[in-house]
Every structure is written in structure tokens, then in C-alpha cells.
Write a protein that binds this ligand. Structure first.
Ligand SMILES: Cc1cc2nc3c(=O)[nH]c(=O)nc-3n(C[C@H](O)[C@H](O)[C@H](O)COP(=O)(O)OP(=O)(O)OC[C@H]3O[C@@H](n4cnc5c(N)ncnc54)[C@H](O)[C@@H]3O)c2cc1C
Ligand code: FES
Length: 386
């Protein structure tokens, strides 16, 4: 008996130790974000870890659930988790691009949101991510493609002049080493502090390269007098410099239909179309397409020879460059007038799809002409270089 009792005491001790260990493990696991975010999910309140209070951001009905610290904006919180909302103002409420939809809560509408969102949008829950403080659990919706945006680092491999005020940049990617995008999408280039800007800023630039050459990107950047990013590109940036950008962004790009296409661009609005046409050629996608490209004088035209070659190679493609004010020495025998006037003179089938890229003024004028040709809103796609 005594032997029996003597044996039971260590067994009881082992059981006691096991019980204590289980309690400890449960205690620790209750402090892990996953565990606590479950609690947050159930009772809808924040929790503390150290001196920080944490909240849950539910994205796209549970597609992602983030546990993030209070005291930052939703824009910053998502960025911290590798989800980059579009922005060219760095979260300062100036660009209005960090739009998302909010399903719960009652955050006061800020002056920036009043400026950048319409009354209808605000009623539908559209808000600016940079204006929403993380101070309660929030359920939001963002475009699915933003899950794929990344921050990239790269090195300037080449810079050349396309015209007197448009540069072509080739950037070799270092991290990550490859990029996936669809022609028509853009990136947001980070411009660091330099003599022309006391604050870092970022600006949107369309990808001129093709998805087939994914180890680098090409951009076409026009000089804007007094412009922060373009001045940096034109006066500071040189071969070998490192830079970073986020992307890809945007839904501008070729539709899946096989309708005939009209492309209209001016200046650096060329960029997405240079990507599209080469991509179409690479993948053997032949879709009837006429590309109207507007410039002021001959010195503003570029890639003419390349487009002439493409016209010869691709029987479904034609290129129509036009000059609005050719100089006498230009000896120009091609189309003249604003590109919208050239469009007006053409016969355009109302079954066409229209793709436009450039300044808001040019796009507005072109849309009017396209409507008069019977091309409806659902068949008009554009990217405004605001
Ligand atoms: C989706 C998207 C894609 C774009 N893709 C390209 C691209 O491929 N290539 C390209 O060159 N640009 C592109 N842009 C425009 C680009 O993002 C910048 O707005 C432009 O380079 C000016 O930036 P900045 O910092 O030099 O000038 P800012 O410092 O932003 O502006 C300085 C001043 O110039 C005015 N301004 C700004 N832009 C213009 C303009 N285009 N024309 C005249 N005045 C202007 C501003 O109102 C301001 O007063 C794109 C824009 C968008 C939204
Ligand atoms: S990031 Fe520009 S307005 Fe929000």
C-alpha cells in the first residue's frame, strides 16, 4: 500500500505540473494578436499590448483581417501591413486617391473628404483612408487589385530624351526583382527630399514597358515647369541612382472584348499605349486599332519611326499623328489641328471602344467628340494625368 501511495504522489505532482503548464500556455496565447483579435471581433473593443491599443481592420468581408495599433490613419496602418492605397500626396488629404468604402462606424467627415468626395460618395460610405483614424474596429472595402501592390526598389539604368520636354527612364528592379502588371497600369514614384521639395512626395506615372519584360520598368515623364517630381527627374536623377515606387495601380487597360479600338493621346500620354501596342504584338493579339496622337510641333512628336514600323508589321494597326501648330521648318504633310478636331473629321464606327490618356482638358474634349460619334460611356476608358 505504502509503495502504492508513494507511487501516486509523483503522478499527482506530474498532473499538477501539466495543469500549470496548460494554464500558462493559454495565458500566453491570449496575448497573441490572433487570439486577441478574435476577442476584439466578438466584443468590438480594442485591447492593449504594452502601451498601445490595438484595433481590427476587416478588409473585403474577411479577405484580410489586420490587427493594428491605434494612433495612425487607416492609410498608414494598411501601408504598415504591405497594402498600399493609391496616393500622390503621401497621406496628407490632398490627392483624394486613397478612397475606400467603410461599412461601419461614425467617423466625422473631414474638410479634405468634403473637398475630394462627392455627397453621393460620402453617403455610400466612400472615404479617404488617410483621413480615417484607427480608433475603433473598422470594416472596409478596397479594390481587389490593391492586395497585389508592392513597394519596389530599383536603379536607374538609362535616361534619355524622347523630346525637348519628355524623358524616357529605364529602371532595373532590385527588390522585388520582378513586377506583374497589365498594360495601362501605373506606379507611384517616390520623390525624396531635395532642393526643390522639403518633403518627400510621390507621383503617378504610367508604365511604358511590357509585362513580358518584368525585370525592369520604363516610364515617360514630361517636364512640368515648377513641378516637384518632374524637376527632380529632369535635374537630379542620373544613371545609377536608386529609387523606390509602389504599384502597380489602376484599372485602365485593354478590355476583353474584340471590338475595334480608337486610342487618343498627347505628350507623355503615349506611355500606356507604348506598353499596350508592344504587348499586343508580343502575345499576338490583333484587334483593329487606330491610334490618334496629338502634338504641337514636329519637335513634340516621338517614336514616329517605331510606329511606322508597327503599322507595316501589323495589318490591324494604324497610327495618326497630328500637329496643332506645325512650324514652317517642320515640313509637315500629315494631319493638322487639335487631335480632337482630327477625330471629328474621321468616320468612327459607333461599335468602337475608345481609350484616352493625357490632360483632363484633352480627355474632356475628346469624350465630347466620341459621344457625337455614338461611342457610349461604357465603351470609353481613360486615364487622366491630373
Ligand atoms: C494615373 C496617372 C498617370 C500618370 N502618368 C504620367 C506619365 O506617364 N507621364 C507623365 O509625365 N505624367 C503622368 N502623370 C502626371 C504626373 O503624376 C504628375 O502629375 C506630373 O508629372 C506633375 O508632377 P510634378 O510633381 O512635376 O508637378 P506638381 O509639383 O505636382 O505640380 C506643379 C504645378 O504644375 C501643375 N501641373 C501638374 N501637372 C501638370 C500637367 N500635367 N500639366 C500642366 N500643369 C501641371 C500643378 O497644378 C501645379 O500648379 C500621371 C498622372 C496620373 C494621375
Ligand atoms: S493619400 Fe492623398 S488624399 Fe489620402
Amino acid at each position: 500500500m505504502s509503495v502504492g501511495k508513494g507511487c501516486q504522489r509523483p503522478r499527482f505532482f506530474v498532473f499538477l505540473c501539466f495543469f500549470v503548464v496548460v494554464l500558462c500556455v493559454r495565458g500566453i496565447s491570449n496575448q497573441t494578436p490572433g487570439r486577441v483579435s478574435k476577442a476584439v471581433e466578438q466584443v468590438g473593443c480594442g485591447f492593449s499590448r504594452g502601451s498601445s491599443v490595438y484595433r481590427t481592420i476587416d478588409i473585403n468581408h474577411g479577405a484580410r483581417r489586420l490587427t493594428v495599433a491605434e494612433g495612425q490613419s487607416v492609410f498608414e496602418a494598411l501601408k504598415g501591413e504591405g497594402i498600399f492605397l493609391p496616393s500622390v500626396c503621401g497621406g496628407r488629404g490632398l490627392c483624394g486617391r486613397c478612397r475606400l468604402r467603410v461599412f461601419n462606424g461614425d467617423w466625422p467627415i473631414t474638410p479634405a473628404e468634403q473637398r475630394k468626395c462627392t455627397a453621393d460618395e460620402l453617403t455610400e460610405g466612400i472615404r479617404l483612408g488617410c483621413q480615417l483614424p484607427v480608433n475603433a474596429d473598422v470594416s472596409i472595402e478596397i479594390p481587389e487589385e490593391l492586395f497585389a501592390t508592392k513597394q519596389f526598389r530599383g536603379t536607374i539604368e538609362a535616361i534619355s530624351n524622347l523630346t525637348h520636354d519628355i524623358k524616357h527612364l529605364r529602371i532595373r528592379l532590385s527588390e522585388p526583382e520582378r513586377i506583374e502588371f497589365t498594360p495601362g497600369q501605373h506606379i507611384e514614384l517616390a520623390v525624396p527630399v531635395y532642393a526643390g521639395s522639403p518633403k518627400p512626395v510621390s507621383r503617378a506615372y504610367s508604365l511604358a514597358s511590357t509585362p513580358g519584360c518584368d525585370r525592369g520598368i520604363e516610364l515617360m515623364i514630361r517636364f512640368v515647369p515648377g513641378g516637384i517630381a518632374s524637376t527632380w527627374v529632369f535635374t537630379v536623377l542620373k544613371v545609377g541612382d536608386e529609387l523606390s515606387f509602389n504599384g502597380p495601380y489602376g484599372s485602365f487597360g485593354l478590355s476583353r472584348s474584340d471590338r475595334e479600338m480608337i486610342w487618343v493621346a498627347g505628350g507623355s500620354g503615349m506611355s500606356p499605349f507604348w506598353s499596350m501596342i508592344r504587348h499586343m504584338k508580343q502575345i499576338g493579339l490583333g484587334r483593329e486599332c487606330t491610334y490618334f496622337f496629338g502634338a504641337v510641333q514636329r519637335r513634340d512628336l516621338f517614336l514616329l519611326d517605331e510606329f511606322r514600323r508597327l503599322e507595316d508589321e501589323l495589318d490591324w494597326f494604324s497610327f495618326v499623328p497630328a500637329l496643332s501648330a506645325p512650324a514652317a521648318e517642320d515640313n509637315w504633310s500629315g494631319q493638322t489641328g487639335l487631335i480632337t478636331e482630327v477625330l471629328e473629321r474621321r468616320t468612327i464606327g459607333e461599335n468602337c471602344e475608345a481609350y484616352l490618356c493625357g490632360s483632363p482638358g484633352m480627355i474632356g474634349a475628346a469624350v465630347k467628340v466620341l459621344r457625337s460619334h455614338g461611342i457610349t460611356e461604357d465603351r470609353t476608358f481613360y486615364d487622366e494625368f491630373e
